[in-house]
Design a binder for this molecule. Sequence first.
Ligand code: PLP
Length: 529
Amino acid sequence: MDMKRFTNHLRQGKTPAFPPEAKDLQFAQDLDRQDELAEFRDQFNIPTRASLQRKSLKPQPQQPASNGTLVLHEGTGLHAWVNGHHDQDTNSPHPQSSDDGDARCIYFVGNSLGAQPKLVREHLDAHLDTWAAIGVNGHFTTLDDSPLVSWQDMAEDCARKSVDIVGASSASEVIIMNTLTANLHLLMASFYRPTEQRHKILVEWRPFPSDWYAIQTQIQWHGLDPATSMIEIQPSSPPDLYLSTATILATIDAHADSAALLLLPGIQYYTGQLFDIPLITSHAHKRGILVGWDLAHAAGNVELRLHDWDVDFAVWCTYKYLNAGPGAIAGAFVHERHGGVTPAADGKGFDYRPRLAGWYGCDKQVRFNMDKEFRPTPGAAGFQVSNPSAVDLASLSAALEVFGRAGMGRLRGKGLVLTAYLEWLLDGILEDSDGKEDGNKEGEVDGSKEGEKDFRILTPRNPMERGSQLSLLLRPGLLERVSRALAENGVVCDARKPDVIRVAPVPLYCRFEDVWRFAEILRGALRDS
Ligand SMILES: *Cc1c(COP(=O)(O)O)cnc(C)c1O
């Protein structure tokens, strides 16, 4: 199968049919051989099935390295997989040999915490060595043989490396600072300035709780009532969780005179739905509404063009698809039209968009003059408040370096095919089990059997309306057993009570073979449930 042609189909929103032989492991392995990003997998420390069992930081010598306690499902192919290989630990800083890959778990949880790029350790070491050697001078000194710039320039360096990931016009539209929710608050302080007439914030009906709390308390902070100022955009045809663009636009129209801000996720964390950011943004602008996007699940996952799409502001974290490590420093985008700093008309001070300020938002030329007057750096950097953590920035700079080498276009291309392949294999499981229950193969997929299926894919079927995540809604009562079976067979993914598992075969370090093995493990788990 020609992967490039396939990718082009998917980019047009079409799902091309996989050939019948796609159900064989060989087919998956053939795609892996065609994968021009395959080399990146070895640039990550992916937990092994053995290391996942660890109770101590270092492997204990008395414990056998290979894990003999796994429950295997007969006939899934797993037997052969586990037997012929030694479960070696690839996570030591100096692995003895390059691993053969089979010891590594199926890490399908990069939508929650990305795997560790090996380059992170190199960058952290460089930072620690710099600090040890030159102390405070590290603020302004860049050592010749270091992968890092001086501490004062690291945030800007990371902003530069983020330009292509979010589609900024230049680094001046990006600021690396704080964490996602903190940035949401800071940017809402600037972009949500309710008036008597325009006071509403339009949100989706099921936001990530942190976003919900931030929006709700911002409204209260202004002395307003979320019951009247917070408008939830409801799914088009419940209980389906899909939010159609038409529904979103209609809600915008319904509140066109009273809404101040529209705040949506680029990708909905629960269903994996990717929204039409340019169309929604432009529609809201026509109604005089400012637009912010939470890109926690979109940054590093799908291609973004925030500047061209005219987005007012956006925030994202860096520990999901971007792999900078748990709780790592986050990013924010402020469109250049909001970042201007001009001398005030009366000759006193400067005009700029109101914000909550701190000394690191001050122009570098005057930052250390310790003046009382706040003169922001033009652009997104003028929204920074504090001295950013160099440890965080070292880690993030490594993670972004890897993205730079891989390129968002290529990553999205592979991601589209990986996810479509997963979807196709999952549909195969449903078809096979339908056939069994019916005793024949007629009328199998749609219609009255809906309620009896073991699972349903919540994520949109259109490849351009999703990233690398598929959310499976399991038949009630299955979640615990299925999650246990997945874990026992070396799959790491995310279970959300009561009935959803979210699986994310991210293209940087996951293989088609992982997708194939995952599907076989799931098939076995469902059969045994
Ligand atoms: C992951 C995620 C967050 C996390 O916020 P932090 O401030 O980084 O803890 C917030 N919102 C959404 C939509 C997320 O997916």
